[in-house]
Design a protein around this ligand. Structure first.
Ligand SMILES: Nc1ncnc2c1ncn2[C@@H]1O[C@H](COP(=O)(O)OP(=O)(O)OP(=O)(O)O)[C@@H](O)[C@H]1O
Length: 450
């Protein structure tokens, strides 16, 4: 048999807390780990009945009393003090007559374990957010005209610094691609690239998306809370597209984040630190928005340490042929076709104004490739906006026909820009059903002429 002293030495050597009572619930001893976890010295507990230990407020609930009541093992979690959570398991030890002789309780501090679990959950959320917001990485080589060369040169020069960059340019001019390039040449290239379009969602959602929220921050909020993009972008780049559409209240909050490198999630009370490279983009004239009091002047100066301007495609005419060839090759590979441009098609495209810029050019190229009946893509296949000069010159066309052609041109142009009938109809301010009906009518007219 082990003597009393040796038994105490053995339990003192254990890393889990140990609490031993007799069969009546009187404390016999505790070990050193228990003293450390609970902060209560052994002398204060020895000889006390468990109900007194509870009464004196040392612990919130006694497992030993539960074991005595249940006559079997019991496990529960308890809080000790403000920030310790412990897992307590009580086991009865019976004598030969089947009466409880001792109750042995082990106590494990699970605070760190739970913290590690929460940290793991949070990391999972951050990875999920990053995956969701980084989108598909475009690895295509891109072609740069003389007009854009200057812009890219400056971008690459300032990329390794921490300077905030504001990219100005019409829709589809390549602002996102430029932002990605800056990220790739920056000192945080190994970190995440997080992109958010500020015009894409209402203010409350935008705030939750950027700042994240704590569990139960508002009705309908997820129980786990949500990691915000400000946190997900830590050690990487945050690209805020359409920054001109950021509501004024969020502009003030963003300004504070930029100044302090920290923020409080929605419904939270504690700051979180974050450090990211900020790139913003807009198609608006932000100075004009400042004059209209729709954009904070102090934020504008913070964001615009280095302004970059991407010219519209119509001012980069020498780029058009290269882009057409590049994307023709891309879609030929994708659809396993062998299409070629007729020279006149390229010339017409070089004269076209491209309101949707490179995105419109890409969409049109894809449409022409997939609808081509032969390898050579000719002017006959071009949408009406690219043959508009001829249509106006056509003698004998009534005003009604000319108006209809113009309408057809505008709809085709909107389709090339937005890609779906719903978005194109919204942009033109008409019902989707009206747009679809018109398209069908023109298609029928075309096939009856062939
Ligand atoms: N120099 C380039 N060479 C080849 N492709 C390009 C070039 N610039 C942009 N693109 C392509 O054009 C398309 C539109 O570019 P991007 O999304 O970067 O434009 P954007 O200005 O951010 O548009 P929006 O303002 O609508 O968000 C993308 O598919 C992009 O890969």
């Amino acid at each position: 048999m082990i003597s009393g002293d040796n038994l105490q030495r053995i339990i003192d050597a254990m890393s889990d807390g140990v609490y031993i009572t007799d069969g009546n619930g009187i404390t016999l001893t505790v070990n050193k780990a228990y003293e450390r976890i609970s902060g209560i010295p052994r002398q204060a507990l020895t000889g006390l009945h468990m109900s007194e230990v509870v009464q004196r407020g040392y612990i919130s609930r006694s497992v030993t009393l539960e074991v005595l009541k249940e006559q079997g093992p019991v496990t529960l979690t308890q809080n000790i003090g403000e920030c310790h959570q412990i897992l307590v398991s009580g086991t009865p030890m019976f004598d030969r007559e089947g009466r409880i002789e001792y109750v042995l309780t082990t106590v494990r501090d699970v605070t760190e374990l739970l913290q590690a679990k929460r940290a793991e959950e949070q990391l999972e959320q951050i990875l999920h957010v990053r995956e969701h917001y980084s989108g598909e990485q475009e690895h295509e080589p891109f072609i740069i005209s003389r007009a854009t060369q200057q812009c890219y040169d400056l971008a690459k020069r300032v990329a390794p610094t921490a300077a905030k960059i504001l990219i100005q340019g019409e829709t589809g001019t390549g602002k996102t691609l430029l932002a990605r390039t800056i990220h790739e040449y920056s000192s945080v290239a190994k970190g995440p690239f997080i992109e958010l379009n500020c015009a894409a969602m209402p203010e409350s959602l935008l705030e939750a998306e950027l700042f994240g929220y704590v569990p139960g921050a508002f009705t309908g909020a997820s129980q786990k809370g949500k990691t915000g993009l400000l946190e997900a972008a830590n050690n990487g780049t945050l690209f805020l597209d359409e920054i001109g559409d950021l509501p004024l209240s969020l502009q003030a909050k963003l300004l504070k984040v930029i100044a302090e490198n920290r923020f409080i999630p929605v419904g939270g009370t504690q700051f979180k630190r974050t450090n990211f490279r900020l790139i913003s983009a807009t198609h608006h004239d932000l100075h004009q928005l400042v004059a209209q009091q729709r954009f904070r002047e102090d934020l504008l100066y913070r964001l615009r340490v280095v302004p970059l301007e991407l010219p519209p495609l119509r001012e980069r005419a020498e780029e058009i042929e290269a882009l057409l060839e590049h994307y023709l090759h891309h879609f030929n590979c994708k659809y396993e076709f062998d299409c070629r441009w007729q020279r006149e098609v390229i010339e017409r495209m070089q004269r076209y104004a491209w309101p949707g810029n490179i995105r419109e050019l890409i969409n049109l190229t894809e449409r022409l490739v997939v609808t081509a009946e032969q390898s050579l893509i000719t002017t006959a296949q071009l949408p009406i906006e690219l043959g508009v000069n001829e249509s106006y010159r056509s003698p004998g066309l009534s005003l009604k026909d000319q108006v209809e052609r113009l309408e057809q041109r505008l709809i085709e142009q909107a389709m090339a820009m937005y890609g779906t009938t719903r978005q194109a109809a919204t942009a033109l301010g008409i019902d989707q059903s009206t747009l679809v009906k018109k398209q069908k009518r023109w298609l029928n007219q075309r096939s009856s002429y062939q």
